[in-house]
Ligand binder design. Structure first.
Ligand code: HXC
Length: 260
């Protein structure tokens, strides 16, 4: 399908790649862009051919934030009345893994969008930040909550209250991103697609359960989380993928169909 603000491709078997495409506005996140993004991720999430997603922007900007032009005249009645930004979190409801490949600016809502993804890879050019304080507001797409869980209170306070940017190297040392990839145009997307392809080759149900278990760690106590993990683990013994790995089809064993 053709979109106006994003491009959707399938660069490798099992991989869906969504590229934010508002270059003139440094991929500022407008409502129309988010509507398209939500539609595309929902479609890829439901597509049996797809096992993992990659979300990226341009070399210059992953996304420079919520669209300031769209936001600047909004009133309290509009934002609270219509629950502004509520639809931004749909991406966190995906069952399949989504990897953010970040190059250039990931500011404000752009940083928050990356934080909503399951894994972040950064180019050495990546610049993260929550500069909302400079606009008289605070992060509204989960920045304060997700950053605290990723990098702790002191750093999150500093970033939120000063609005200063942080580099790819800082993001890596703090654990915001998995790693900083090698220099080079397109490298971060290449590495993210490769990682997505690796994931897409694994058993689908196990991948889904792994993602669900890790995400549960954000919500549950340790005891509840451990129980949740173990129950998912037990459940995976009912899948054909688990049987395939341990009992390869042979003359005396049943031939299992892959669930992939
Ligand atoms: C709308 C934006 C934009 C944004 C950049 N542009 N960021 N438009 N919303 N968030 C537009 C500029 O207006 C300009 O368009 C074009 O993109 C290029 O930007 P320049 O500023 O000319 O580029 P440069 O000098 O290289 O500076 C890059 C930049 C700067 C440092 C990223 O653009 C910047 O500071 N942008 C705002 C970053 C920000 O505050 N983001 C947080 C937004 S608040 P024209 O038409 O003039 O050429 C937010 C709230 C989230 O995200 C809350 C809930 C999720």
């Amino acid at each position: 399908k053709e979109y106006e603000h994003i491009i959707v491709t399938r660069p490798a078997p099992g991989v869906g790649l969504i590229t934010l495409n508002r270059p003139k506005a440094l991929n500022a996140l407008s409502t129309p862009l988010f509507n398209e993004l939500n539609e595309a991720v929902a479609e890829l999430d439901g597509d049996k051919e797809i096992g993992a997603l990659v979300l990226t922007g341009s070399e210059r900007a992953f996304a420079a934030g919520a669209d300031i032009k769209e936001m600047k005249d909004k009133t309290y009645e509009e934002t609270y009345g219509n629950n502004f930004l509520e639809s931004w979190t749909k991406i966190t409801q995906l069952r399949k893994p989504i990897i953010a490949a970040v190059s250039g600016y990931a500011l404000g809502g752009g940083c928050e969008l990356a934080l909503m993804c399951d894994i972040i890879l950064a180019s050495p050019t990546a610049v993260f930040g929550q500069p909302e304080i400079n606009l008289g507001v605070i992060p509204g797409g989960g920045g304060t909550q997700r950053l605290v869980r990723a990098i702790g209170k002191s750093r999150t306070m500093e970033l939120t209250l000063t609005g200063r940017n942080f580099s790819a190297v800082e993001a890596e040392s703090w654990g915001v991103v998995s790693r900083v990839v090698a220099e080079g145009e397109g490298q971060v997307v290449k590495d993210a697609v490769q990682m997505a392809e690796t994931i897409a080759k694994k058993g689908r149900l196990a991948v889904q359960a792994g993602k669900e278990a890790v995400n549960a760690a954000y919500e549950l106590t340790l005891a509840e989380g451990l129980r949740f993990e173990r129950r998912l683990f037990h459940g995976l013994f009912a899948t054909q993928d688990q049987k395939e790995v341990h009992c390869p089809p042979g003359p005396s064993s049943p031939v299992y169909q892959s669930t992939r």
